[in-house]
Design a protein around this ligand. Structure first.
Ligand SMILES: [Zn+2]
Ligand SMILES: [Zn+2]
Length: 287
């Protein structure tokens, strides 16, 4: 058994709200890859995320399709929230000793170079390479965990720039989708906890799937049925943030399991993560 593209597609779909299909293959050197593509769009009009599984190394590549010009230019004019989320996720990759290679209009650039937003995007590619990994050494579960983590980081960085058409009755579509050709929009699903799907994907790519308060990873208790089931909590309630405040997924958002999240909101303003940890610790002491 080896990491399979279908379960990777399921995980990244759950995380981003964007539905992906997965396939697999090998490159000319025989290195195996898993590839994701948004489901239900004409091939070539969107993009692929390809994860090469090397020896102790993962390479994740975002590659737009040959006819994704509208998507490119929309990504290049992403709003400030999108740009900052993009940078925040790629910063986390670099802090984890991954190499980030960004090419814009044929030139190699740095993700924190603000000049990349001052030019029209005609071509763009992004690669994240993480070496020195204990991967491809026979532990399939650990391999899959690493593949999911690094693929989800690139997916979250890219999602931050995509023009999103949010499918939720309670939410207005993001203003940046207005006036874009149909092929340049991607549809994501969201729920009441996720005011901005990009933030959720970024928070999970940064913090992972374990509850920050009780450390539970839902899939470890319930198995595959609970895979990816985690809620993203705003440390400071959105209603307390000033107008125009731009959320930093590293510090403003934390993953919480449904139990801890419910307890946090039994008070307004909510209990802090430290409060929750203290509750859990003091109850355990009494046992
Ligand atoms: Zn919890
Ligand atoms: Zn919350």
């Amino acid at each position: 058994m080896s990491p399979d593209p279908r379960s990777l597609a399921e995980r990244i779909s759950a995380e981003t709200g964007l539905e992906f299909s997965g396939r697999e293959g090998r490159d000319s050197e025989g290195t195996r890859w898993l590839e994701l593509q948004p489901a239900g769009y004409p091939p070539g009009q969107t993009f692929t995320l390809r994860t090469l599984i090397g020896w102790r190394r993962l390479d994740v590549h975002f590659q737009p399709g040959s006819f994704a010009g509208d998507l490119m230019s929309a990504m290049g004019s992403a709003d400030e929230t999108g740009r900052r989320t993009f940078r925040a996720v790629l910063d986390v990759c670099r802090e984890a000793d991954a190499e980030v290679a960004l090419t814009l209009n044929g030139t190699s650039r740095l993700p924190d170079d603000s000049a990349i937003w001052e030019t029209g995007w005609r071509s763009f590619s992004l690669g994240v390479r993480k070496g020195m990994l204990a991967i491809n050494e026979g532990n399939v579960e650990e391999d899959m965990r690493q593949i999911e983590l690094w693929t989800s980081r690139v997916a979250a960085a890219v999602l931050a720039l995509l023009p999103l058409e949010v499918e939720d009755e309670g939410l207005e579509a993001s203003p940046e989708v207005v006036g874009l050709p149909e092929g340049a929009k991607v549809r994501v699903e969201t729920n009441r906890y996720e005011r901005d799907r990009r933030n959720r994907a970024a928070a999970l790519a940064i913090h992972g799937y374990s509850c920050k308060a009780c450390k539970l990873d839902m899939s470890e208790r319930y198995g595959a049925a609970a895979s990816g089931l985690i809620e993203v909590h705003h440390v400071t309630p959105v209603s307390h943030l000033g107008e125009g405040y731009i959320i930093d997924p590293r510090t403003d958002l934390v993953p919480l399991c449904p139990n801890c999240h419910s307890v946090a909101h039994r008070r307004s303003p909510p209990y802090s993560i430290d409060d929750l940890r203290e509750m859990l610790a003091s109850v355990n002491e009494e046992v």
